[in-house]
Design a protein around this ligand. Structure first.
Ligand code: GLU
Length: 430
């Protein structure tokens, strides 16, 4: 593993957790590398008739606890290293939430905004054609991730079903409701993060009305979470998108900003729901400055590697809830810990999405569909339970919540690996 890679950085969290967990040497050895990675070339016939080839990946990090599970990302930064790291995080995330899954991730290196809707559909179907033998409802299950959504999942499920000559909803989660999707999936990551925040902040005697929040990333998850938090009284003072950030010390009117953003695709602070809309007094700040704001809670909800040794010293927030995958490097973790900043890790905070993906898969397999109340209740119960267990483990081992999350997940993965005995001895292709 190259030391500068994202996966090498991710693995350091595993090494720390291993100091506290008694798992076998075999299990440790297995967890060092992804089980399988496929790298594919995906042909796309552009609307103008030309042929373009895109690079794509699907990585299965581990599937000891069940079929591999993880999203598909469309982004210019997608690389094999990134996919392997994200699949690694999925493995621990699923184990932490006690879902019967291993971890996977996939993606295509592209700028999705540069393609027409028809091109995106053809590319998504073409991706499934190239990886069809690698995935399946009992092998590896896809889901949305950055710049993919329910529409894309619908195309993928349909393409897989065409290949299999049978309707196979369980191969993809996060589908449109009309194609076997689950109630509550679209808002699940934000809702899960909301429950984690509401479970943990009271332990610090930090009530919503005395808590200022800055959120980096105003996509599906960041925007929904901003809304949920502001609804119960948290003061969301700053938000950002890829273009920049807006800040208002008195708090931003999140519902109207969401509506404005959806209508115009731009980020703008507006208020007045009933009459004329005015621009709220706000400052435009850089994305880098948002991270350094003097707020109680900082929520990175965009890309990985946002908090590094270069800016960790300037962070003033007391609590960081990682909604993005991998926003903090392991070196930055040490700086934050020294500064007394509490970091609540991605594999816990953003696990609501995959938890409701699991519920969707269960519904697909049983054919019985749940109400949004049932889904939300089950999500709340599961994520609150595992948050409390992780909190207790942090206390027991006197470690950070990140290390406690890995210890908790690792115990479950290690136990499953050891239960498999000497399977490697009998298997020629493992
Ligand atoms: N992409 C999401 C994640 O990183 C969801 C994965 C899933 O639902 O399988 O957790």
């Amino acid at each position: 593993m190259a030391d500068s890679s994202l996966l090498a950085d991710a693995s350091t969290r595993l090494e720390t957790a291993l100091m506290y967990v008694a798992i076998s040497e075999d299990a440790i050895a297995r967890l060092q590398y992804p089980k399988a990675s496929v790298s594919v070339s995906i042909p796309l016939r552009r609307d103008n008739g030309s042929l373009e080839i895109f690079r794509g990946y699907r990585v299965r990090y581990d599937d000891t606890r069940g079929p591999a599970k993880g999203g598909v990302r469309y982004h210019p930064n997608v690389s094999l290293d990134e996919m392997e790291s994200l699949a690694f995080w999925m493995t621990f995330k699923c184990a932490l939430l006690n879902l019967p899954y291993g971890g996977a991730k996939g993606g295509i290196t592209l700028n999705p905004k540069a393609l027409s809707k028809h091109e995106l559909e053809r590319l998504s179907r073409s991706y499934i054609d190239t990886i069809a033998d690698f995935i399946g409802p009992d092998a590896d299950i896809l889901a949305p991730d950055m710049y993919t959504n329910a529409t894309v999942m619908g195309w993928m499920m349909d393409q897989y079903s065409i290949i299999q000559r049978r309707i196979t909803p369980g191969v993809v989660t996060g589908k449109p409701i009309s194609m076997g999707g689950s109630q509550g999936r679209e808002t699940a990551t934000a809702t899960g993060a909301f429950h984690v925040i509401n479970t943990l902040l009271p332990k610090f005697d930090q009530p919503p009305h005395r808590t200022t929040v800055a959120i980096q990333g105003f996509g599906n998850v960041g925007a929904m979470l901003a809304q949920l938090l502001s609804q119960v009284g948290y003061c969301v003072v700053a938000i950002s998108d890829s273009q920049g950030s807006i800040y208002a010390s008195q708090g931003l009117d999140i519902p109207s900003i969401r509506r404005y953003k959806m209508a115009s695709k731009a980020l703008q602070a507006v208020y007045c729901e009933s009459s004329v809309c005015n621009i709220v007094e706000h400052e435009v700040i850089s994305n880098a400055d948002l991270l350094k704001l003097d707020v109680d809670v900082l929520i990175p909800a965009a890309l990985e590697k946002q908090i590094t040794v270069d800016n960790a010293h300037s962070i003033q927030a007391k609590y960081i809830f990682e909604v993005a995958n991998g926003p903090t490097t392991s070196a930055a973790d040490k700086v934050l810990e020294k500064k007394g900043i509490f970091v609540f890790p991605d594999i816990l905070v953003n696990a609501g999405g995959v938890t409701v993906s699991y519920f969707e898969w269960v519904q697909n397999r049983s054919g019985l569909y749940w109400t949004s109340e049932e889904v939300n209740q089950r999500l709340k119960e599961r994520i609150t339970l595992e948050t409390e267990k992780t909190w207790a483990m942090a206390d027991e081992f006197d470690v950070s919540m990140r290390t406690a999350s890995y210890i908790h997940a690792l115990q479950r993965i290690g136990e499953a690996m050891d239960a498999m005995g000497t399977r490697d001895f009998y298997s020629s292709h493992d």
